[in-house]
Design a protein around this ligand. Structure first.
Ligand SMILES: Cc1cc2nc3c(=O)[nH]c(=O)nc-3n(C[C@H](O)[C@H](O)[C@H](O)COP(=O)(O)O)c2cc1C
Length: 352
Protein backbone atom coordinates (compact mmCIF):
# COMPACT_ATOMS: atom_id res chain seq x y z
CA UNK A 1 0.00 0.00 0.00
CA UNK A 2 2.74 2.46 1.00
CA UNK A 3 4.72 1.32 -2.02
CA UNK A 4 1.68 1.90 -4.24
CA UNK A 5 1.40 5.47 -2.91
CA UNK A 6 5.10 5.98 -3.58
CA UNK A 7 4.55 4.69 -7.12
CA UNK A 8 1.75 7.22 -7.59
CA UNK A 9 4.05 10.04 -6.41
CA UNK A 10 6.77 8.90 -8.80
CA UNK A 11 4.37 9.22 -11.75
CA UNK A 12 4.77 12.99 -11.31
CA UNK A 13 8.42 12.69 -12.41
CA UNK A 14 9.77 11.98 -15.88
CA UNK A 15 10.00 8.20 -16.36
CA UNK A 16 13.76 7.81 -16.15
CA UNK A 17 14.11 10.02 -13.06
CA UNK A 18 11.27 8.10 -11.43
CA UNK A 19 12.98 4.82 -12.27
CA UNK A 20 16.31 5.94 -10.82
CA UNK A 21 14.55 7.09 -7.65
CA UNK A 22 12.86 3.69 -7.39
CA UNK A 23 16.16 1.82 -7.76
CA UNK A 24 17.79 4.09 -5.16
CA UNK A 25 14.89 3.50 -2.74
CA UNK A 26 14.95 -0.26 -3.26
CA UNK A 27 18.70 -0.30 -2.56
CA UNK A 28 18.11 1.47 0.74
CA UNK A 29 15.00 -0.34 1.93
CA UNK A 30 15.55 -3.24 4.31
CA UNK A 31 14.96 -6.50 2.46
CA UNK A 32 11.48 -7.59 3.42
CA UNK A 33 11.09 -11.33 3.80
CA UNK A 34 9.08 -12.64 0.85
CA UNK A 35 5.36 -13.08 1.51
CA UNK A 36 4.70 -16.79 1.77
CA UNK A 37 2.94 -17.84 -1.42
CA UNK A 38 0.00 -20.21 -1.47
CA UNK A 39 1.46 -23.64 -2.34
CA UNK A 40 -0.83 -23.80 -5.37
CA UNK A 41 1.31 -20.99 -6.85
CA UNK A 42 4.57 -22.93 -6.38
CA UNK A 43 5.82 -24.10 -9.73
CA UNK A 44 8.80 -25.61 -11.55
CA UNK A 45 10.25 -24.61 -14.90
CA UNK A 46 13.68 -24.98 -16.50
CA UNK A 47 14.61 -27.22 -13.56
CA UNK A 48 14.06 -24.29 -11.16
CA UNK A 49 11.69 -24.27 -8.19
CA UNK A 50 9.74 -21.01 -7.99
CA UNK A 51 7.47 -19.71 -5.23
CA UNK A 52 5.15 -18.34 -7.93
CA UNK A 53 5.22 -17.95 -11.73
CA UNK A 54 5.39 -14.15 -11.84
CA UNK A 55 8.74 -12.52 -12.70
CA UNK A 56 10.12 -9.00 -12.94
CA UNK A 57 11.10 -8.54 -16.61
CA UNK A 58 14.50 -7.44 -17.91
CA UNK A 59 15.20 -3.72 -18.10
CA UNK A 60 14.00 -2.82 -14.61
CA UNK A 61 17.19 -3.91 -12.82
CA UNK A 62 19.61 -3.41 -15.71
CA UNK A 63 22.73 -3.38 -13.52
CA UNK A 64 21.80 -6.08 -10.99
CA UNK A 65 21.44 -3.59 -8.14
CA UNK A 66 18.10 -4.50 -6.59
CA UNK A 67 17.36 -8.14 -7.52
CA UNK A 68 17.29 -9.04 -3.83
CA UNK A 69 14.23 -6.80 -3.37
CA UNK A 70 12.18 -8.76 -5.95
CA UNK A 71 10.98 -11.58 -3.64
CA UNK A 72 9.88 -8.97 -1.07
CA UNK A 73 7.77 -7.33 -3.80
CA UNK A 74 6.10 -10.70 -4.33
CA UNK A 75 7.89 -11.84 -7.50
CA UNK A 76 8.82 -15.50 -7.95
CA UNK A 77 11.87 -14.52 -10.01
CA UNK A 78 13.70 -11.57 -11.53
CA UNK A 79 15.70 -11.10 -14.71
CA UNK A 80 18.54 -8.58 -14.50
CA UNK A 81 20.11 -6.85 -17.54
CA UNK A 82 20.41 -6.44 -20.42
CA UNK A 83 24.13 -6.45 -19.67
CA UNK A 84 26.76 -5.83 -22.33
CA UNK A 85 30.48 -6.63 -21.87
CA UNK A 86 31.55 -2.96 -21.74
CA UNK A 87 29.70 -0.12 -20.07
CA UNK A 88 27.82 2.12 -22.52
CA UNK A 89 25.71 5.24 -22.06
CA UNK A 90 22.80 4.31 -24.36
CA UNK A 91 20.87 6.85 -26.40
CA UNK A 92 20.49 10.54 -25.51
CA UNK A 93 17.71 11.49 -23.08
CA UNK A 94 14.76 11.75 -23.13
CA UNK A 95 14.54 8.10 -24.13
CA UNK A 96 11.58 6.81 -22.12
CA UNK A 97 8.00 8.04 -22.41
CA UNK A 98 4.96 7.24 -20.31
CA UNK A 99 1.81 6.92 -22.46
CA UNK A 100 -0.58 7.34 -19.54
CA UNK A 101 -3.83 7.33 -21.55
CA UNK A 102 -2.77 4.03 -23.10
CA UNK A 103 -1.18 2.39 -20.04
CA UNK A 104 1.94 2.00 -22.14
CA UNK A 105 5.62 2.95 -22.25
CA UNK A 106 7.88 3.70 -25.21
CA UNK A 107 11.60 3.36 -24.57
CA UNK A 108 14.68 3.70 -26.72
CA UNK A 109 17.27 3.32 -23.99
CA UNK A 110 19.71 1.40 -26.20
CA UNK A 111 21.21 -0.92 -23.57
CA UNK A 112 22.51 1.75 -21.20
CA UNK A 113 24.34 -0.26 -18.53
CA UNK A 114 27.52 -0.39 -16.46
CA UNK A 115 28.89 -3.48 -18.24
CA UNK A 116 29.58 -7.01 -16.98
CA UNK A 117 32.08 -6.39 -14.20
CA UNK A 118 30.07 -4.50 -11.54
CA UNK A 119 26.99 -6.66 -12.08
CA UNK A 120 29.08 -9.82 -11.75
CA UNK A 121 30.56 -8.59 -8.47
CA UNK A 122 27.09 -7.95 -7.05
CA UNK A 123 25.74 -11.29 -8.26
CA UNK A 124 28.74 -13.13 -6.78
CA UNK A 125 28.03 -11.53 -3.43
CA UNK A 126 24.37 -12.52 -3.40
CA UNK A 127 22.88 -14.80 -0.85
CA UNK A 128 21.72 -17.77 -2.90
CA UNK A 129 18.06 -17.16 -2.38
CA UNK A 130 15.43 -16.22 -4.94
CA UNK A 131 15.65 -17.03 -8.62
CA UNK A 132 17.72 -14.60 -10.69
CA UNK A 133 18.10 -14.77 -14.46
CA UNK A 134 20.76 -12.76 -16.29
CA UNK A 135 19.90 -11.22 -19.67
CA UNK A 136 22.91 -10.63 -21.94
CA UNK A 137 23.37 -8.50 -25.05
CA UNK A 138 25.96 -6.95 -27.33
CA UNK A 139 27.66 -3.55 -27.23
CA UNK A 140 26.44 -1.14 -29.90
CA UNK A 141 29.97 -0.62 -31.29
CA UNK A 142 31.10 -4.21 -30.96
CA UNK A 143 33.05 -5.60 -33.91
CA UNK A 144 31.85 -9.12 -33.08
CA UNK A 145 28.42 -9.21 -31.53
CA UNK A 146 28.30 -12.99 -31.23
CA UNK A 147 31.50 -12.80 -29.16
CA UNK A 148 29.73 -10.38 -26.80
CA UNK A 149 26.96 -12.94 -26.16
CA UNK A 150 29.56 -15.67 -25.67
CA UNK A 151 31.31 -13.41 -23.13
CA UNK A 152 27.96 -12.92 -21.37
CA UNK A 153 27.42 -16.67 -21.10
CA UNK A 154 30.98 -17.26 -19.84
CA UNK A 155 30.82 -14.39 -17.34
CA UNK A 156 27.46 -15.15 -15.77
CA UNK A 157 27.17 -18.98 -15.97
CA UNK A 158 28.54 -19.26 -12.45
CA UNK A 159 26.00 -16.92 -10.85
CA UNK A 160 22.81 -17.00 -12.96
CA UNK A 161 19.86 -19.31 -12.33
CA UNK A 162 19.16 -18.93 -16.06
CA UNK A 163 20.64 -16.94 -18.92
CA UNK A 164 18.73 -15.02 -21.59
CA UNK A 165 20.13 -14.28 -25.02
CA UNK A 166 18.44 -11.02 -25.97
CA UNK A 167 18.36 -10.51 -29.73
CA UNK A 168 15.13 -8.57 -29.70
CA UNK A 169 15.77 -5.03 -28.49
CA UNK A 170 14.68 -2.58 -31.20
CA UNK A 171 17.08 0.08 -29.89
CA UNK A 172 20.45 -1.31 -31.00
CA UNK A 173 20.61 -1.00 -34.81
CA UNK A 174 20.88 -4.37 -36.55
CA UNK A 175 20.58 -6.43 -33.35
CA UNK A 176 17.33 -8.08 -34.35
CA UNK A 177 18.98 -9.40 -37.55
CA UNK A 178 20.46 -12.02 -35.23
CA UNK A 179 16.98 -13.58 -35.23
CA UNK A 180 17.50 -14.65 -38.89
CA UNK A 181 17.99 -18.41 -39.20
CA UNK A 182 21.67 -18.69 -40.15
CA UNK A 183 22.84 -15.91 -37.79
CA UNK A 184 20.76 -17.39 -34.97
CA UNK A 185 22.10 -20.90 -35.55
CA UNK A 186 25.68 -19.61 -35.29
CA UNK A 187 24.88 -17.49 -32.22
CA UNK A 188 23.14 -20.29 -30.32
CA UNK A 189 25.75 -22.87 -31.16
CA UNK A 190 28.54 -20.62 -29.87
CA UNK A 191 26.56 -19.66 -26.77
CA UNK A 192 25.84 -23.33 -26.00
CA UNK A 193 29.50 -24.21 -26.58
CA UNK A 194 30.49 -21.53 -24.06
CA UNK A 195 28.02 -22.92 -21.55
CA UNK A 196 29.23 -26.49 -22.11
CA UNK A 197 32.74 -25.47 -21.07
CA UNK A 198 31.57 -23.59 -17.96
CA UNK A 199 31.68 -25.12 -14.48
CA UNK A 200 27.97 -24.41 -13.94
CA UNK A 201 25.49 -24.82 -16.81
CA UNK A 202 22.34 -22.76 -16.22
CA UNK A 203 19.37 -23.04 -18.58
CA UNK A 204 19.75 -20.89 -21.71
CA UNK A 205 16.72 -18.98 -23.06
CA UNK A 206 16.17 -16.86 -26.17
CA UNK A 207 14.10 -13.66 -25.99
CA UNK A 208 12.40 -12.68 -29.24
CA UNK A 209 10.62 -9.64 -30.69
CA UNK A 210 6.87 -9.65 -31.30
CA UNK A 211 7.51 -8.08 -34.71
CA UNK A 212 8.81 -11.26 -36.36
CA UNK A 213 6.75 -12.62 -39.25
CA UNK A 214 5.29 -16.10 -39.11
CA UNK A 215 7.92 -17.30 -41.57
CA UNK A 216 10.64 -15.91 -39.29
CA UNK A 217 8.98 -17.53 -36.28
CA UNK A 218 8.99 -20.89 -38.11
CA UNK A 219 12.75 -20.50 -38.63
CA UNK A 220 13.42 -19.33 -35.08
CA UNK A 221 11.58 -22.26 -33.52
CA UNK A 222 13.23 -24.75 -35.90
CA UNK A 223 16.67 -23.40 -34.97
CA UNK A 224 15.99 -23.31 -31.22
CA UNK A 225 14.57 -26.83 -31.26
CA UNK A 226 17.52 -28.16 -33.27
CA UNK A 227 19.97 -26.40 -30.94
CA UNK A 228 18.12 -27.80 -27.91
CA UNK A 229 18.09 -24.59 -25.92
CA UNK A 230 16.03 -24.62 -22.73
CA UNK A 231 13.29 -22.11 -23.44
CA UNK A 232 12.10 -18.90 -25.06
CA UNK A 233 10.77 -15.57 -23.81
CA UNK A 234 7.98 -14.05 -25.89
CA UNK A 235 8.22 -11.09 -26.19
CA UNK A 236 10.25 -7.91 -26.10
CA UNK A 237 8.74 -4.50 -26.96
CA UNK A 238 7.22 -3.77 -30.40
CA UNK A 239 8.17 -1.18 -32.99
CA UNK A 240 4.58 -1.30 -34.28
CA UNK A 241 2.02 1.31 -33.16
CA UNK A 242 -1.57 0.11 -32.83
CA UNK A 243 -3.86 2.83 -34.20
CA UNK A 244 -5.78 2.82 -30.91
CA UNK A 245 -2.97 4.79 -29.16
CA UNK A 246 -4.17 8.15 -27.86
CA UNK A 247 -1.10 9.61 -26.12
CA UNK A 248 0.84 12.48 -27.71
CA UNK A 249 4.00 10.36 -27.29
CA UNK A 250 2.62 7.58 -29.54
CA UNK A 251 4.94 8.45 -32.41
CA UNK A 252 8.17 8.58 -30.39
CA UNK A 253 10.58 6.03 -31.80
CA UNK A 254 11.53 3.00 -29.72
CA UNK A 255 9.85 -0.09 -28.33
CA UNK A 256 6.25 0.02 -27.13
CA UNK A 257 5.30 -2.01 -24.04
CA UNK A 258 2.36 -2.27 -21.67
CA UNK A 259 -1.33 -2.80 -22.38
CA UNK A 260 -1.25 -2.13 -26.17
CA UNK A 261 1.42 -4.86 -26.52
CA UNK A 262 -0.76 -7.51 -24.94
CA UNK A 263 -2.67 -8.73 -28.02
CA UNK A 264 0.36 -8.96 -30.33
CA UNK A 265 2.72 -10.54 -27.77
CA UNK A 266 0.07 -13.05 -26.65
CA UNK A 267 -0.62 -14.03 -30.25
CA UNK A 268 3.12 -14.59 -30.90
CA UNK A 269 3.33 -16.56 -27.64
CA UNK A 270 0.50 -18.87 -28.73
CA UNK A 271 2.03 -19.26 -32.20
CA UNK A 272 5.37 -20.12 -30.59
CA UNK A 273 3.74 -22.61 -28.21
CA UNK A 274 2.11 -24.45 -31.13
CA UNK A 275 5.44 -24.69 -32.96
CA UNK A 276 7.52 -25.75 -29.94
CA UNK A 277 5.26 -28.77 -29.32
CA UNK A 278 6.27 -29.08 -25.68
CA UNK A 279 10.01 -29.36 -26.34
CA UNK A 280 10.73 -26.55 -23.87
CA UNK A 281 8.74 -24.11 -21.69
CA UNK A 282 7.99 -20.48 -22.56
CA UNK A 283 7.95 -17.28 -20.53
CA UNK A 284 5.10 -14.98 -21.56
CA UNK A 285 5.64 -11.23 -21.29
CA UNK A 286 3.95 -8.18 -22.76
CA UNK A 287 1.05 -6.21 -21.35
CA UNK A 288 0.37 -8.30 -18.26
CA UNK A 289 -1.55 -5.78 -16.14
CA UNK A 290 -3.92 -7.90 -14.06
CA UNK A 291 -5.15 -11.43 -13.35
CA UNK A 292 -7.16 -11.71 -16.60
CA UNK A 293 -4.17 -10.89 -18.77
CA UNK A 294 -1.95 -13.20 -16.69
CA UNK A 295 -4.41 -16.07 -17.01
CA UNK A 296 -4.70 -15.54 -20.78
CA UNK A 297 -0.90 -15.70 -21.13
CA UNK A 298 -0.90 -19.06 -19.37
CA UNK A 299 -3.69 -20.28 -21.64
CA UNK A 300 -1.71 -19.06 -24.66
CA UNK A 301 1.22 -21.26 -23.63
CA UNK A 302 3.34 -19.53 -20.98
CA UNK A 303 4.66 -21.63 -18.10
CA UNK A 304 6.01 -18.49 -16.42
CA UNK A 305 5.10 -14.80 -16.75
CA UNK A 306 6.99 -11.53 -16.57
CA UNK A 307 5.91 -7.91 -16.41
CA UNK A 308 7.39 -4.45 -16.23
CA UNK A 309 5.28 -1.58 -17.65
CA UNK A 310 2.13 -2.22 -15.63
CA UNK A 311 4.16 -1.64 -12.44
CA UNK A 312 4.57 1.98 -13.57
CA UNK A 313 0.82 2.50 -13.62
CA UNK A 314 -0.41 0.13 -10.93
CA UNK A 315 2.44 0.10 -8.40
CA UNK A 316 3.82 -3.06 -6.80
CA UNK A 317 0.46 -3.99 -5.20
CA UNK A 318 -0.30 -5.35 -8.68
CA UNK A 319 1.86 -8.41 -8.01
CA UNK A 320 -0.26 -9.73 -5.16
CA UNK A 321 -3.49 -8.81 -6.99
CA UNK A 322 -2.42 -10.94 -9.93
CA UNK A 323 -1.45 -13.86 -7.70
CA UNK A 324 -4.73 -13.66 -5.81
CA UNK A 325 -6.67 -13.47 -9.07
CA UNK A 326 -4.86 -16.49 -10.48
CA UNK A 327 -5.68 -18.49 -7.35
CA UNK A 328 -9.34 -17.51 -7.62
CA UNK A 329 -9.47 -18.59 -11.28
CA UNK A 330 -7.66 -21.85 -10.57
CA UNK A 331 -9.88 -22.48 -7.54
CA UNK A 332 -13.06 -21.84 -9.52
CA UNK A 333 -12.00 -24.48 -12.02
CA UNK A 334 -10.35 -26.72 -9.44
CA UNK A 335 -7.43 -26.74 -11.90
CA UNK A 336 -3.64 -26.95 -11.65
CA UNK A 337 -1.31 -24.67 -13.59
CA UNK A 338 -0.20 -27.52 -15.77
CA UNK A 339 -3.77 -27.99 -17.01
CA UNK A 340 -4.06 -24.34 -18.06
CA UNK A 341 -0.81 -23.89 -19.99
CA UNK A 342 -1.50 -23.65 -23.72
CA UNK A 343 -5.09 -24.87 -23.62
CA UNK A 344 -6.29 -21.91 -25.73
CA UNK A 345 -3.16 -21.64 -27.89
CA UNK A 346 -4.93 -22.54 -31.15
CA UNK A 347 -7.56 -19.87 -30.61
CA UNK A 348 -5.15 -17.17 -29.35
CA UNK A 349 -2.74 -17.80 -32.24
CA UNK A 350 -5.13 -16.01 -34.61
CA UNK A 351 -3.64 -12.63 -35.66
CA UNK A 352 -5.14 -9.78 -33.58
C1 LIG B 1 12.05 1.04 -19.83
C2 LIG B 1 12.19 -0.37 -20.35
C3 LIG B 1 13.46 -0.93 -20.50
C4 LIG B 1 13.60 -2.23 -20.97
N1 LIG B 1 14.87 -2.77 -21.10
C5 LIG B 1 15.01 -4.06 -21.51
C6 LIG B 1 16.29 -4.66 -21.58
O1 LIG B 1 17.30 -4.06 -21.24
N2 LIG B 1 16.36 -5.94 -22.01
C7 LIG B 1 15.25 -6.67 -22.37
O2 LIG B 1 15.38 -7.85 -22.74
N3 LIG B 1 14.02 -6.13 -22.29
C8 LIG B 1 13.88 -4.86 -21.86
N4 LIG B 1 12.62 -4.31 -21.79
C9 LIG B 1 11.45 -5.11 -22.24
C10 LIG B 1 10.74 -5.83 -21.08
O3 LIG B 1 11.59 -6.78 -20.48
C11 LIG B 1 9.48 -6.55 -21.61
O4 LIG B 1 9.87 -7.54 -22.53
C12 LIG B 1 8.52 -5.59 -22.30
O5 LIG B 1 8.49 -4.33 -21.66
C13 LIG B 1 7.08 -6.14 -22.34
O6 LIG B 1 6.56 -6.33 -21.04
P1 LIG B 1 5.58 -5.24 -20.33
O7 LIG B 1 4.50 -4.93 -21.32
O8 LIG B 1 5.08 -5.95 -19.10
O9 LIG B 1 6.43 -4.07 -20.03
C14 LIG B 1 12.45 -2.99 -21.31
C15 LIG B 1 11.18 -2.43 -21.13
C16 LIG B 1 11.04 -1.14 -20.66
C17 LIG B 1 9.64 -0.58 -20.48
Amino acid sequence: MILDLAAAALRGLDPETAHRATIAALRLLPKAPPPLDDPRLNTRAFGLALANPLGLAAGFDKNAEVFEAAPGLGFGFVEVGTLTPLPQPGNPRPRAFRLSEDHAVINRHGFNNDGHAPALARLEARARSGVVGVNVGANKDSADRVADYVAGVRTFSGVADYLTINVSSPNTPGLRDLQEASALRELLSRALEARASAARRPPLLLKIAPDVTLAQLDDIVRVTRDAKIDGMIVSNTTISRPDTLRSTFANESGGLSGRPLFALSTCRLAQTFLRVEGQFPLIGVGGVDGPEAAFAKLEAGASLLQLYSALVFEGPGLVSRIKQGLLTRLGAEDALFSAIVGRRAAELAAEP
